[in-house]
Write a protein that binds this ligand. Structure first.
Ligand code: SF4
Ligand code: SF4
Length: 90
């Protein structure tokens, strides 16, 4: 499983400071990828990012509220179809 960032995200970056495996990446370009995204293949489900988020945007995958389930696919797509880790150099 993985944790998922939902479209509640306001891009303040707080979650990236605590992730022990550095798998939370800011979406770039922002117009196309407006959130921060969690690499589902690397996330170890430690939950450290959840309390750091000031707007409660991060959920375990199986607890994502219904209105945000589309964000699960977007998180995956950022790493498969989007820039993924290359966004760190953009
Ligand atoms: S749950 Fe842990 S490993 Fe996964 S993104 Fe959050 S801090 Fe990183
Ligand atoms: S802490 Fe929350 S609002 Fe800030 S970048 Fe992470 S998910 Fe987005």
């Amino acid at each position: 499983m993985t944790h998922v960032i939902t479209s509640i995200c306001v891009r303040d970056g707080a979650c990236t400071e605590v992730c022990p495996v550095e798998c939370i990446i800011p979406g770039q370009p922002e117009e196309e990828w407006p959130l921060y995204y969690i690499d589902p293949d690397t996330c170890i489900d430690c939950g450290a990012c959840v309390p750091e988020c000031p707007v409660d945007a991060i959920f375990p995958e199986d607890e994502v509220p219904d209105e945000y389930t589309k964000d699960i696919g977007k998180n995956v797509a950022f790493f498969t179809d989007g820039p993924g880790y290359d966004a760190l150099d953009m």
